[in-house]
Design a protein around this ligand. Structure first.
Ligand SMILES: [Zn+2]
Length: 75
């Protein structure tokens, strides 16, 4: 798969952890498959992963646990 930014590197599949907001509440999805360009970092969500996000948003997937972490913000 070619990066839309016309990079020479091809896009690779990577497992990422992402925070999404469902009804203004954060939810974390771990090991979500993304296509990532190793040159510019551009990411696309494969259809299968988009379905997973959709299922989380529609409460069709049960959470496996809770996530909490320190929050940082640039000054
Ligand atoms: Zn790229």
């Amino acid at each position: 798969m070619q990066c839309p930014n016309v990079c020479s590197a091809s896009m690779e599949t990577a497992l990422v952890t992402r925070i999404f907001y469902r009804d203004a509440e954060p939810v974390v999805i771990r090991d979500l498959k993304m296509n990532v360009c190793s040159e510019c970092g551009y990411e696309t969500l494969p259809l299968k992963s988009a379905r997973i996000v959709e299922n989380v948003f529609n409460n069709r997937i049960e959470p496996v646990g809770n996530f909490s972490a320190p929050l940082f913000q640039p000054a």
